[in-house]
Design a protein around this ligand. Structure first.
Ligand SMILES: [Zn+2]
Length: 269
């Protein structure tokens, strides 16, 4: 299923596999001035291609290689002959998507491969100029796109919520925090976040500051308990009550324990 929303000149296309008439999990792509940012998942690829029919799609940028961001690359490239650009480290992973966990196959599906190319530091469309901001942490090849004249920031999966309780097994929370700081250092009056879960945050700076403060406080608590030689699962239960239900659904790929482990990794502050 698809839901379309408009924010200024940005078209948000929210997509989800439908089960029993309900959305399973939303992921958003954005279309602005001929530039399509991400393409959703395999399960909604045909729906997205149908929605884009008759529109002017000149370029596709993938914020990173994950299967819920590149799922319609192939049909979009085929239909519009649009080039697909991504971080150099994402290119081989988009050209050949790594194997997926069973929950990822269920929710998003395995994307049909489509050839991507490394993106330059600046992306120009007819009316706008987008700066590519490297924002690793969620994965190594994650980028955000920032448009200075409008203050738009397409932030992919780098920011989900101000009080994050779970982390993917392969994410680095300390690197995520550094990427968030990088976004906060952008000199701009306005920073509107267009996130991949479909949340648009008008005061993006405020949300990112609250998120960073939350992570710092969480890190402080976790480190204190670790100093008291408390085991990781006990720290988790003390702070979050118990493991998240997402942990069971994803076979442990997302968990609160991952978040605690990553906060305690030597890279942390
Ligand atoms: Zn992702």
């Amino acid at each position: 299923m698809i839901e379309v929303n408009h924010f200024e000149e940005v078209i948000q296309i929210k997509m989800s596999r439908e089960m029993g008439g309900r959305p399973l999990y939303w992921v958003a792509a954005y279309l602005v001035d001929g530039l399509l940012i991400d393409t959703g998942c395999r399960h909604t690829a045909e729906e997205l291609a149908g929605f884009l029919e008759g529109k002017d799609i000149r370029l596709v940028v993938n914020t990173h290689h994950h299967e819920d961001h590149v799922g319609a690359n192939a049909p979009v490239r085929e239909k519009f002959k649009a080039r697909i650009l991504a971080h150099p480290a994402a290119v081989p992973l988009i050209n050949r998507i790594p194997g997926l966990n069973p929950y990822q196959e269920l929710v998003w599906g395995y994307p049909e491969p489509a050839e991507a190319e490394p993106l330059p530091g600046i992306i120009k469309t007819e009316k706008y100029t987008f700066q590519v901001v490297e924002t690793p942490g969620h994965c190594k090849d994650h980028i955000a796109l920032f448009e200075p004249s409008k203050g738009w920031c397409f932030s992919g999966d780098i920011f989900v919520s101000e009080n994050q309780k779970v982390l993917r097994a392969d994410e680095d929370i300390n690197e995520i925090a550094r990427s968030v700081e990088k976004l906060l250092q952008i000199k701009t009056e306005r920073l509107v976040l267009f996130t991949s879960i479909g949340r648009v945050v008008e005061d993006g700076r405020q949300a990112l500051r609250v998120y960073l403060d939350y992570l710092r406080e969480l890190s402080r608590k976790v480190r204190q308990l670790d100093k008291e030689v408390m085991p990781i699962n006990a720290i988790r239960d003390r702070i979050f009550g118990r493991e998240s239900s997402l942990c069971q659904f994803t076979g442990g790929h997302y968990s609160s324990e991952n978040l605690i482990r990553s906060l305690l990794s030597q890279d942390g502050e």
